[in-house]
Design a protein around this ligand. Structure first.
Ligand code: SAH
Ligand code: SF4
Ligand code: F3S
Length: 475
């Protein structure tokens, strides 16, 4: 759902280990290794978990081999995501043969969904901790050390971990995530998130601003405010006797410094307001990029999905974005082959993609999740081969739309925030435009560094990357 330009964005991040930075000095008696799967919120949670563990004397390590405690922060969004995690847990179980005192725990959405099944039936792990129970980790680890198996999968209506400073061990030093809310109240019929993450709750705005300011002071220049549905952020500040909406929160974070870029994800089309668009327009440092998942372009399917908008409503939102924020990047999530989807319904999705002109999309075929409204009410009746063929058509069309989007960028000059050297060459920088496009350009003679802003003219492009040349360097 975020910046990863790939078909299966969450799978693309799978396996990315959470590793210790070079600056880690303190020595620890025991060590943990944490591997995160799924969405950015899970990655952000792993940073909270790291903070909790480091308070209790566990130090982070780069690989599972050196760890006394292995944690896997898991995702349940599609069956494939769960299969990948199961395979990994089976590998870790083998580690225990060589090192019997090794503790293996599962965190996150699979922990919540499967509860003690992974412990009792499958005997894959020693520890199962749901997304709202990370504060109990130290006590649960003690139980495991005492020879017990330990589980806490209680969901909370209040927990936001707002007082915990996440440990940024994996950061590129330029971009960071800040969690602003947890859970989801939307109940899209295909989606497991309301069951694994619980009720929606918003984090104290002051703690969000304080964490963002700290990140800025630590050198971070690009912050993404995270939530499943950021536009329904609502926090009542007792001291100020004032309600803070998402638009006001955006303003507060953007006010930290004009040098700090602010992004957010994800916006639900039913909730994004003109006020948010106007705040974006008024602040140059709020990035001109909106992830606005459509899921399907057919009204009957949208209703079955319980998305609560129509294609017409969605299109009106896209037009409003383009009106208030000309040149704003827009991306989407699309599901192929939801229950009862016909060829004609699928064609509606393709037509909506053409009308919306997405810069990029994350595309999936429908994967039935046990316990969801769709699993209970509708038959998963589109054959897998048909789902995959429709998905391929969606992917191909997005390929064409992305090329057209890149063509429109040719000759334009964008302000790029440098994130590091390009993967291919140490003679090139890689950065991102406000519109969230990756731009690679030669270093030339300019004395630039990570975290600098620079104007780059787009000269050509490959499938996922714009290529350019430095135009003017800002002081
Ligand atoms: N809160 C975000 C989405 C989070 S999940 C939103 O509402 O936009 C990320 C994406 O995974 C969803 O947008 C959807 O496209 C996809 N997804 C969720 N459940 C799925 C399922 N059962 N099968 C296939 N894709 C699914
Ligand atoms: Fe899932 Fe819908 Fe909530 Fe997104 S808004 S997390 S798709 S229920
Ligand atoms: Fe996956 Fe849970 Fe995120 S199901 S997408 S890790 S909220």
């Amino acid at each position: 759902m975020l910046e990863i330009l790939s078909k299966e964005h969450d799978e693309a991040r799978q396996g990315e280990a959470f590793t210790a930075g070079a600056g880690e000095q303190r020595s620890y008696a025991r060590h943990f290794y944490i591997e995160s799967y799924g969405c950015a919120m899970n990655f952000a949670d792993s940073e909270v978990v790291a903070s909790i563990l480091m308070e209790t004397g566990f130090g982070p390590v780069k690989g599972p081999e050196q760890a006394d405690l292995i944690l896997v922060n898991t995702c349940s969004i599609r069956e494939k995501a769960e299969q990948t995690v199961r395979k990994r847990l089976t590998e870790f179980r083998q580690f225990k043969k060589k090192k019997p005192e090794l503790m293996v725990g599962v965190l996150g959405c699979m922990a919540e969904r499967l509860k003690n099944k992974l412990l009792e039936e499958e005997k894959l792990v020693d520890l199962v901790v749901g997304p709202d129970a990370y504060r109990s980790l130290p006590a649960l680890v003690k139980e495991v050390e005492g020879g017990q198996k330990a589980v806490n999968v209680l969901l909370s209506r209040e927990e936001t971990y707002s007082d915990i400073s996440p440990v940024r061990l994996q950061s590129n030093g330029v971009s960071g995530f800040v969690s602003i809310m947890r859970g989801c109240n939307n109940m899209c019929s295909f989606c497991v998130v309301p069951f694994t993450r619980g009720r929606e709750r918003s984090r104290d705005a002051n703690s969000i601003v304080a964490e963002s300011r700290q990140l800025f002071e630590d050198g971070i220049r690009d912050i993404t405010l995270l939530g499943q549905n950021v536009d329904s952020y609502y926090y009542f500040d007792e001291q100020l006797d004032k309600a803070i909406s998402f638009a006001s929160l955006l303003k507060m974070v953007a006010g930290i410094s004009p040098l700090l870029r602010v992004r957010f994800s994800t916006s639900h089309p039913k909730d994004i307001t003109d006020e948010v668009l106007e705040v974006m327009a008024a602040h140059e440092n709020i990035c001109k990029y909106i992830h606005l998942p459509i899921q399907s372009g057919n009204n009957r399917i949208l209703q079955l999905m319980n998305r609560t908008y129509t294609r017409e409503w969605y299109m009106a939102k896209v037009n409003r974005i383009r009106e208030i924020l000309p040149g704003c990047g827009i991306s989407s999530d699309i599901i192929a082959g939801f229950c009862t989807e016909t060829e004609e319904d699928h064609q509606d999705t393709l037509r909506m993609m053409e009308s919306s002109q997405y810069d990029f999309s994350y595309m999936y075929f429908y994967s039935e999740r046990p316990g969801t409204l769709a699993a209970r009410r509708y038959e998963d009746d589109v054959p897998e081969a048909v789902k995959k063929r429709r998905l391929q058509e969606i992917v191909d069309l997005q390929g064409k739309l992305s090329r057209e989007s890149n063509l429109r960028d040719l000759g334009n000059i964008y302000e790029v925030l440098i994130e590091g050297e390009s993967k291919k060459s140490d003679q090139e920088w890689m950065g991102r435009s406000s519109q969230n496009k990756v731009i690679v350009f030669p270093k030339e003679q300019f004395q630039l560094k990570k975290g600098d802003y620079v104007k780059v003219e787009v000269t050509h492009f490959t499938q996922a990357t714009l290529l350019g040349k430095v135009k003017v360097i800002e002081a």
